[in-house]
Design a protein around this ligand. Structure first.
Ligand SMILES: Cc1cc2nc3c(=O)[nH]c(=O)nc-3n(C[C@H](O)[C@H](O)[C@H](O)COP(=O)(O)OP(=O)(O)OC[C@H]3O[C@@H](n4cnc5c(N)ncnc54)[C@H](O)[C@@H]3O)c2cc1C
Length: 427
């Protein structure tokens, strides 16, 4: 069912503002910040009680649990246009990862970022030497010159095609790229566009993977703060038109321009357009008295046993995530994790016992986040968009589904749309 309303014919609507934005995820907030900075009167309506959309943090018994494990890459320049880095007090992951394979863990250090570990990187049994040299070549040449702003080719080739074309062995693809990129794309099939892989590879190679002190939710809070009362949370927009929106309480808010900044499925419900398919994500959070590993390192399932694809002791990474004396463990599954979510925790604990031993029996399960539409699938048949879209109805669409599925994509989408609106206004 679509929820469109015709253009306003009379001036009896509740308020008169320049731009109304539906949704206070990263794209909506970014759009609002640039529009406000450009001197326009903006209102943002958010259905949930808090800003942030898919980047939020729940408080449970003094632990701070991100809604699905995720990381902030310092290479995302869109973030630093809006937020002072010191304010986020970022905790950083160790470069490289630690991979479960053949019944044991093996480090795969990033010797480019930690030259002192080159010996360990060369000795790591996770990858044949030829694959390590291919990674080195990828880092030092082909992929590193390009712009860090966004994916840059037409996106027609899949990541798996790209890795095979670059000559990587199936063993290394299965043992490293599937769990690592499975954590990034939330999909071990590696069907995401090669351009997105290349772009994110450059981001991982050029900066740190981090978590803000207090959790990822601190990011949208910091972006929203300067907007003050322009953001109203806890109120759903139930219909949209070219110059107004209708709130769930029945009131109409009129504006010269309407921006839809919701996730793809909600945008489709409002506009009647088709929604792209999406990948599901599951993260189970556990409290442990003793950290299963006392390092800020990403652990990967290189054996493909599942259901946990990647795991981190996030209290080893960032401050302010757990009460004193506790460690917080995030265990995440990626597609194709199948089966009802209730089966995830018992199966994950069995897997964790193989990884860390009987101490796992003393972990306390805090919460499981299941995010059915975690990332929009990117259509590999289409050319890249400017990051936003103006429909034939005149309504502007922003969000990761209009750009690319990442924090940087959402923020960039909002900024690009704001720049377009400001340019239109000044004509
Ligand atoms: C589990 C998980 C892991 C991820 N990992 C990473 C990662 O490590 N690194 C990375 O860069 N990205 C990651 N991402 C992706 C990133 O979080 C998203 O791309 C980004 O947050 C999308 O922002 P958005 O503003 O486009 O959409 P959203 O965050 O979905 O915002 C849309 C907002 O619109 C609101 N809304 C919907 N309908 C209405 C309505 N009718 N009225 C009012 N408001 C409405 C929603 O409540 C929501 O707040 C991850 C995502 C998930 C879920």
């Amino acid at each position: 069912m679509t929820s469109r309303i015709p253009p306003t014919e009379s001036a009896d609507a509740e308020v008169d503002i320049d731009v109304v934005i539906v949704g206070a995820g990263l794209a909506g907030l970014s759009c609002a910040r640039y529009l406000a900075a450009g001197g326009l009167a903006v209102r943002v309506f958010e259905a949930e009680a808090e800003v942030g959309g898919r980047v939020r943090t729940d408080e449970v018994d003094g632990f701070r649990l991100d809604r699905g494990f995720q990381v902030l890459l310092t290479a995302y320049d869109e973030v630093w246009r809006l937020v002072d880095r010191d304010r986020l007090a970022l905790g950083r992951f160790e470069p490289g990862s630690r991979i479960w394979q053949g019944g044991a863990f093996h480090d795969l250090p990033d010797a480019f970022r930690e030259p002192g570990r080159i010996g360990a990187a060369l000795r790591s049994p996770v990858a044949p030497l030829a694959d390590k040299l291919r990674v080195a070549r990828m880092r030092s040449t082909a992929l590193m010159g390009a712009d860090l702003g966004e994916p840059s080719d037409d996106g027609r080739r899949s990541t798996l095609d790209e890795l095979r074309a670059r000559g990587f062995s199936e063993r290394f693809i299965d043992g490293f790229f599937r769990p690592f990129l499975g954590g990034v794309f939330l999909d071990r099939a590696l069907s995401a566009p090669a351009s997105l892989f290349q772009y994110l590879f450059r981001c991982f190679a050029s900066g740190d993977a981090t978590i803000p002190a207090g959790g990822m939710g601190r990011l949208p809070e910091a972006i929203a703060e300067p907007l003050g009362d322009a953001v109203t949370t806890g109120i759903r927009v139930r219909a949209v038109g070219p110059d107004s929106v209708e709130l769930e309480n029945g009131s109409r808010v009129r504006a010269r321009r309407v921006v839809i900044a919701t996730e793809a499925a909600a945008a489709a419900a409002l506009t009647g357009e088709a929604s792209p398919s999406s990948t599901r994500a599951v993260t189970a959070w556990f409290a442990a008295r003793t950290a299963p590993i006392e390092r800020p390192v990403l652990l990967l399932d290189g054996a493909g046993e599942g259901p946990v694809n990647h795991l981190a002791v996030v209290t080893e990474v960032a401050e302010g995530l757990a009460p004193e004396g506790w460690s917080l463990v995030a265990a995440s599954g990626s597609e194709p994790f199948t089966g009802p979510v209730e089966t995830f925790v018992p199966r994950a604990l069995e897997q964790m016992k193989r990884w860390f031993g009987a101490d796992v029996e003393r972990w306390g399960h805090l919460k499981t986040h299941e995010i059915p539409h975690a990332l929009p699938s990117v259509d590999r048949s289409s050319a890249p968009t400017p990051g936003f879209r103006v429909g034939s109805d005149g309504i502007v669409r922003v969000g990761d589904h209009e750009a690319f599925a990442a924090i940087q994509g959402a923020l960039r989408s909002g900024r690009r749309a704001a720049e377009w609106i400001l340019a239109e206004e000044s004509d």
